[in-house]
Design a protein around this ligand. Sequence first.
Ligand code: NAP
Length: 337
Amino acid sequence: MKHIPFGTTGEMVSPYCLGTMIMGTQTDRPTSFKMLDRFLDLGGNFLDTANCYAWWSGKTATGDESESLLGDWMRERGNRNEVFLATKGGARLKSINRVRDAQGNVAWDKVVDNYEYLSTHALRKAAEDSLRRLGTDHIDLYYVHIDDRRTPQEETLEVLNNLVKEGKVRYIACSNFRTWRMERARSISASNGWASFTAIQQQYSYLRPKAGADFGINVNVDEELLDYLRANPDVTLMAFSPLLKGIYDDEKKRAAYYNWHLFNTDDSRARLDVLNRMAREMNISNSQLVMAWLLHHEPRVIPIVGVRTLEQFDIAMSALDIRLTPEQMDFLNKASA
Ligand SMILES: NC(=O)c1ccc[n+]([C@@H]2O[C@H](COP(=O)([O-])OP(=O)(O)OC[C@H]3O[C@@H](n4cnc5c(N)ncnc54)[C@H](OP(=O)(O)O)[C@@H]3O)[C@@H](O)[C@H]2O)c1
C-alpha cells in the first residue's frame, strides 16, 4: 500500500484505515490477529477503534474488547511504532445495564441518554482508560466520537488541547459532527491557540440517504461537508460503514438492513443499476467497486474498512488494485434518479 499524506499534518498513512470495531467480539481473537498481521504485511498502518467497541455484541460484552485486543496484539508483536493508532471517547455508556437486559437485548432508544459525552471529567477519564487498555503512552489520533450539545465546546476543546500538550494525544478529530459544529469548534481552537480537529469521521458510502434522513447520533456525509473539505485540505474525511453493513451484493441483506428505509429511493435504485452494470463489465463485485470509488474520491476520503472475516478482508484489499478512469468516476458520480 502506497502511503498518502494525512491532510497537512506531515504524517503518512495507508489509503485504507482498518476498522477494528468487532474485533474481540464478532470476529474472534485468532482471526483478528491474522487480519491485523495481514494488514501490516500489506503496508497498512492506520487502525481505528473506540473505547466502546463493541458493548452491544452480546450479553457479556463490555466495550473494552477492541481496544484490549489491539493492546495485546501490539504488545505481542512489539509493533506500536509501526501503527498510526486512532481511538475515540465520548460514546461509552455510563451504565450498560440500564440499556441492556440479561439476554443481551439493547433498548436503543435509551442509549442516547446514557453516553458519557464530552465533559472535562468524562473525556479525561476516557482518554486515560484508552491509553491503559491499548498499552501505550500516546494515541496518534483521538476523536470525540459524538457531538455533545450540553457541554460547552470550549470545555471539550480545552481538555483535548491539554491531552495534546501532555503528549498523550498527537492529533485530535471529531466524528458524527454537523459541519457547522465542526467549524465552530475549529474556530474556538484557533482563537485560543489550541490544537484543532484534523479529521472528521462520518458515515459515507456510494448510496445517498433521503434528504433529512435521521441516523440518530450518527451523521452521514452531505454536500455541505464535501464543500467544506474542498476548501479546507487540512481536514481529512474518514468514511465509516463504507459498505453500509454489506448491502451491495445481496438483495436480501439490503432489505433486512436496519437503515434501508433511509436509502430506499429511486436515486439508490439508479445508482445500484449503474454499479451493477459497471461491476459486471469489470468482473468485480459491487462491494469492490464501492471501495474503489471511495479510494478515487475527491476530496480525498480514507475508507475505514469494516470486515468480519478474512475472506471479506481480502476482497476489500483487492479493491486497492482497481483503477477507475475519470470517465468511470464521472459515470458513477452522475448516476441519479
Ligand atoms: N464513528 C462512528 O460512529 C462509527 C460507526 C460505525 C463504524 N465505525 C468504524 O468504521 C469501521 C467500519 O464500519 P462498519 O463495520 O459499519 O463497516 P461496513 O462497511 O458498513 O460494514 C461491514 C460489514 O459489511 C459486511 N461485508 C464486508 N465486506 C463484505 C463483502 N465483501 N461482501 C459482503 N459483505 C461484506 C460484513 O457484514 P457481515 O458481518 O454481515 O458479514 C461486515 O461486518 C468500524 O470498524 C469502526 O472502526 C465508526
